[in-house]
Design a binder for this molecule. Sequence first.
Ligand SMILES: Cc1cc2nc3c(=O)[nH]c(=O)nc-3n(C[C@H](O)[C@H](O)[C@H](O)COP(=O)(O)O)c2cc1C
Length: 335
Amino acid sequence: MNSSWELIRDYMRNINFIRHMYKILTGFAGFMYDYKRFLAYGGWQENMNDIERRNYQQVYCYHRLEKSLSFKERNPNSGWRDVYELLNLLNIAKQSNSIGYHDKASKQILEKFIALPENINLEQSQSIKKELEKFDFNSNDIHGAMEYNLSHFKKGKLEQPEDFFLTRYSLREFQDKTVGDEIIHRAIRLAMKTPSVCNRQAWHIYHTSDKEVKNSVLRYQNGNRHFGENIPNLLVITTDLKAFFSATERYQHWIDGGLLSMSLMYAFHALGMATCALNWSQSPKNDKLLRKIVNIKPDHTIIMLLAVGYPDENNKVCLSARRPFEEIYSTLENR
Ligand SMILES: Cc1cc2nc3c(=O)[nH]c(=O)nc-3n(C[C@H](O)[C@H](O)[C@H](O)COP(=O)(O)O)c2cc1C
């Protein structure tokens, strides 16, 4: 006869088997969902008549020229492929009457590139110069490369970095007061200095302080029980799949979006605002349901949500102690 311990053990084995199968199958469904989104919205389609897709391609190319312009010792043969690609994209923009920010940036960088001492007298530079004269627009911003000295660099040095980094906590309860657009926009502008792959900046942030909209979004998020109702401002942080061109970039939107998310939290912290990240580790079903009720563009992948509010005078937070340093650090060595 089986002992009760054996019965419990068999029962647990069966339950675990079902749980594990469930995870494997839902994991597969999740990967398929991501793959379908990559097929439907990824930048691999190279449709340069789509302005957004073209703009990502332009940033990709003109950033490579910016890099070339910034090297102390540059290879004089480098960059020409990007030059011709940018010229082609400028012509597409002109033909479709859709000149925008990135066309102006492209033109300015091309002008700087062909004006380099090693390029200026080349025949190809002369013909590119003539080609560029066809485009009668200029950028108001400065693009290319710039001098950047040590005193400029050191402006970012904090006397006590611990005061900044170790005072950020996730707050889940806030003052009953909405954060104004001025602060929200400022934090976003600060966070936009986040680095991104080839400077593509594929981010898009949706913001609401409308209780009804906020609650309808939070209904599909599973980490806001007990505090979601009183969140004053909610951001949905997304990245645009269109910005990523190749299969090797299949995870880049999560990475670039994650980096922006952290910068945003630090930007709010620097402005005296409290935040709590809210995961969007969601099932395909909930991701689709959310897209039915709010205006998130289909090519925008939701990275996470962010609750923002004014901290109270006295708050209670989770300690969330950090793991021992040795657990997360090793010296990298050859095998
Ligand atoms: C991507 C991400 C998703 C998170 N999702 C939730 C969430 O759904 N609900 C919640 O209460 N906290 C959430 N958190 C907050 C974490 O629990 C918190 O950052 C962690 O415990 C460390 O604490 P600290 O932020 O106070 O340092 C999330 C954090 C991150 C980075």
